[in-house]
Design a protein around this ligand. Structure first.
Ligand code: C5P
Length: 291
């Protein structure tokens, strides 16, 4: 029997890079937030192997997809004497900084655990998730969460107040590795005061009360003209709190009520503008399985 799951996207509401690590990665302090934009992942047990088909947005390479790699890693760690057929209906922009591939990988791990009854505790999926990618562990948790280390040391915090946000999708995919490689060396900065306060249990009444930034944003705006053009157009059209998510190229913002259609027309040709809202952890869990 096949099962379908929603695989939600994330935003990095805040992202600080605090240094380069010996393993080649960068040390991060980030605030992750799930949004209701999602892919659909269909999981159907098969006799053996891992098969993947896709529909919707085009993917660069199906053979190296993180969802199939997640399934292969799962069976290697918990041999089930079976295989799986996966179908990915892709709606989350690729190369957008919204974590679509990482979310798909975590969704597959959770689905296979549900289907095959191993491991006993979700926490045991953690090392497998970490090995797949820095953002994958966050998607085992969802909601509002802080990320440390490579972004894979995740601490869940009380969910932030629900917020409607718009996500602008420039007509370009941005390579995360290229953005990190182009980052200038910067002096170590203290942890942002708002992150410290969140870690201590502070619950701001709205996202507007949070001090948000993204240390990758200046590099992306300087090196990817398509993203810069969307950023400038959003600012000029009255959008508030415009920020890059992750390594981009997607930007999120708060738009004046009822202004979406007019603002969409002012963005560079080919830019998408998606209305979305933040999702709390319980809602993510409740909506994961498609009835
Ligand atoms: O872990 P993931 O495959 O998503 O990361 C993609 C690339 O982004 C890494 O190979 C690395 O070059 C860069 N990266 C980094 N520091 C991080 C996360 C990613 O330098 N914390």
């Amino acid at each position: 029997m096949r099962s379908r799951y929603r695989s939600f996207a994330k935003l990095n509401l805040h992202l600080q890079v605090v240094g380069r690590r010996r393993d080649g990665y960068h040390e991060l302090r980030t605030l992750f937030q799930t949004i209701d934009l999602h892919d659909l992942v269909t999981v159907e047990p098969a006799v053996r192997g891992v098969e993947l088909t896709t529909s919707g947005l085009e993917l660069p390479s199906a053979s190296d997809n993180l969802a199939s790699r997640a399934a292969a890693a799962y069976f290697e760690r918990w041999p089930a004497g079976a295989g799986v057929r996966l179908h990915l209906e892709k709606r989350i922009p690729v190369g957008g900084g919204l974590g679509g591939g990482s979310s798909n990988a975590a969704t597959v791990l959770l689905a296979l655990r549900e289907r095959f009854g191993a491991p006993a505790a979700v926490a045991e999926l953690w090392p497998v998730a970490r090995a797949l990618g820095a953002d994958v562990p966050y998607f085992l948790v969802g909601g509002s969460a802080l990320g440390f280390g490579r972004g894979d040391e995740v601490v869940a915090i009380p969910d932030l107040a629900e917020q409607e946000l718009h996500v602008a999708v420039p007509a370009v995919a941005v390579s995360t590795a290229a953005v990190f490689a182009a980052l200038p060396e910067s002096p170590e900065a203290p942890l942002a005061a708002s992150l410290l306060a969140l870690a201590a249990g502070w619950a701001p009444p709205s996202l507007a009360g949070l001090e948000l930034w993204n240390d990758l944003q200046p590099t992306v705006l300087a090196s990817v003209p398509e993203v810069n053009a969307v950023y400038t157009a959003l600012l000029r059209s009255g959008a508030v709190g415009v920020r890059l998510s992750g390594s981009g190229g997607c930007l999120f913002a708060r738009l004046p009520a009822g202004a979406q259609a007019e603002i969409a027309q002012r963005l560079p040709a080919g830019t998408g503008l998606l209305a979305t809202r933040t999702l709390g952890r319980l809602e993510v869990a409740a909506r994961r399985t498609v009835a």
